[in-house]
Write a protein that binds this ligand. Structure first.
Ligand code: SF4
Length: 342
């Protein structure tokens, strides 16, 4: 069944934290800029054009949902309840900080139909968390994750690669620790230097250097492969091109790419095919389901140029996770595992 999110951005303007990468405006005393009444209107507008069949979730994104007052959380959730009771909406998902989870909060979320909690974890290395001013301990992430799972709520983990104090080893270690948390889904974002953030100051005074696009692809492909190999769904990689952050001048530096996931996919197939062709065979013939072709040839067919004699044939009898390369059968997992060995 097709999944639809009805996104509601709780900007959480009064967030008391000051994560170095965040450019959220902070205006004292104003907790949020969307009223529960507006939430109702947004849901009704979405329901008008979304097909009746399909799994629909109201998604409170953009801030620290459980960091706002218990009462205001209640106001928002109460607005969604009648839609859930009448089965027009199947559930709610929220995103929040790992240190804003406790049993009372979870009880309220469960009562109102929250099915997924995404934790903005960013890193599972204490030094990186401290330098990024996230202000929580790795243990708090582990405890919050366990508690969410114990309450039968699906767990999502959001990671950022290339934060201050990090390096490739730390990123791989974070990926391993993330897998150990057994999340249901993961998002991966390369860290970007945004205007009016502490990270911009760090970048300008030379105490922080963002990853290059090449470095972020190298680290990203490995992490992506490690996580997918464990059958954990990767629901997003990189920023959505339509998001506010793409406005002129907002991204000061960093490895931004409008199709970062496609970039990683293309690289994964390139590296694998390059390895197979290390004996410099004259022709490299790949037969695959047509849905996989764009990943194999890469963005703008770059892999065809890089691999020279790459011939592609379509066979839709092949499953999405199987490939014939010069007559030999490989699976998606074979390909991902080879990235992990890199
Ligand atoms: S990233 Fe989240 S927790 Fe950190 S300052 Fe921004 S809104 Fe607050």
């Amino acid at each position: 069944m097709k999944h639809y999110n009805i996104p509601i951005f709780i900007n959480h303007i009064g967030c008391p934290n000051s994560c170095v990468f965040c450019n959220q405006e902070k205006i004292n005393g104003i907790e949020t800029d969307i009223t529960p009444k507006e939430v109702k209107k947004i849901i009704e507008e979405y329901l008008e054009f979304l097909p009746e069949a399909g799994h629909k979730e109201v998604a409170f994104f953009g801030g620290t949902f459980t960091g706002i007052s218990f009462e205001l959380q209640n106001e928002y959730l109460k607005i969604v309840k009648p839609f859930i009771d009448s089965k027009k909406i199947n559930g709610i998902r929220i995103s929040t900080r790992p240190d804003s989870i406790n049993q009372d909060i979870l009880d309220q979320l469960k009562y109102y139909g929250v099915k997924v909690i995404e934790l903005g974890v960013q890193s599972l290395n204490q030094k990186v968390l401290d330098l990024t001013e996230r202000n929580y301990l790795v243990e708090e992430v582990e405890n919050a994750s366990k508690l969410i799972k114990k309450n039968n709520i699906k767990l999502g983990i959001q990671l950022m690669i290339g934060l201050p104090g990090s390096n490739s080893e730390i990123e791989y270690e974070t990926a391993k620790k993330t897998i150990n948390l057994k999340p249901d889904m993961v998002r991966i974002y390369p860290a970007l230097v945004l205007k009016d953030t502490k990270m911009e100051e760090m970048y300008r005074d030379g105490t922080y250097t963002p990853l290059t696009l090449e470095e972020s692809v190298k680290i990203g492909t490995k992490i992506y492969s490690m996580i997918e190999t464990e059958d954990i769904e990767i629901i997003r990689v990189g920023l959505q091109p339509s998001e506010d952050l793409r406005k002129e001048g907002i991204i000061v530096a960093g490895p931004f790419h409008p199709a970062f996931r496609e970039l990683l996919e293309g690289e994964i197939y390139y590296e694998f095919l390059k390895k197979i062709n290390s004996k410099k065979l004259e022709i490299l013939e790949v037969i695959a389901n047509e849905k996989n072709i764009s990943k194999i040839v890469g963005i703008k067919g770059i892999n065809k140029i890089r691999l020279k004699e790459l011939r592609i044939k379509i066979d839709n009898n092949l499953r999405l996770d199987e490939f014939l390369i010069n007559g030999k059968r490989y699976t998606r997992k074979n390909i991902l595992n080879s990235m992990e060995e890199k």
